[in-house]
Design a protein around this ligand. Structure first.
Ligand code: IDP
Ligand code: MG
Length: 156
């Protein structure tokens, strides 16, 4: 099975809570490869597109305001079944309900301020990576630990 890419947004609350490094570290330790990363204050227009399916919800304006308030850190992670793996590591949307051991379960008490965004399907991940990164920003490199993260049959 080919490697997948998924988009993570380390949200403004994570910057203000000083846990950006810890979050990136969790993904690195899991064995996911960082394919791209940048810090950016997200534009309201981009966020309205990104969260389009929530546009009729009461919290939509607040969500866009919070997400555009200060910069976020955008990360593209790569690995086998990366979309599902990262989504599981992220945990339940509501921080208070998220399992301990997940990022939201360990760091969030909020519904909206829930530290990270993670793509929720392979199809969405493709769209989301393309929404925030140009082709040229995606790095292609062989990572030294690859042989010890996957078995031979998994590398095919
Ligand atoms: P997800 O991030 O777990 O996929 P979604 O339901 O897609 O959750 O919602 C997108 C984001 O909108 C959430 O991560 C959270 O920041 C915010 N959000 C979701 N539901 C609520 C709500 O009921 N009140 C306020 N903000 C919400
Ligand atoms: Mg979602």
């Amino acid at each position: 099975m080919a490697m997948e890419k998924t988009l993570v947004i380390i949200k403004p609350d994570a910057l203000n809570r000083s846990i950006v490094g810890e979050i990136i570290s969790r993904f690195e330790k899991k064995g996911l490869k960082i394919a791209a990363m940048k810090m950016q204050k997200l534009h309201e227009e981009k966020l309205r597109e990104h969260y389009a399916k929530h546009r009729d919800k009461a919290f939509f304006q607040d969500l866009v305001k919070y997400m555009s308030s200060i910069p976020s850190v955008l990360v593209v992670l790569e690995g086998k079944e990366a979309v599902e793996v990262v989504r599981k590591m992220t945990g339940h949307t509501v921080g208070r309900k998220a399992e301990p051991g997940t990022i939201r379960g360990d760091y969030s008490m909020s519904v909206q301020l829930n530290i990270v965004h993670a793509s929720d399907s392979v199809e969405e991940a493709k769209k989301e990576v393309a929404r925030f990164f140009s082709e040229g920003e995606i790095q292609h490199y062989s990572k030294l630990d690859f042989d010890w993260v996957y078995s031979n049959d998994e590398k095919k």
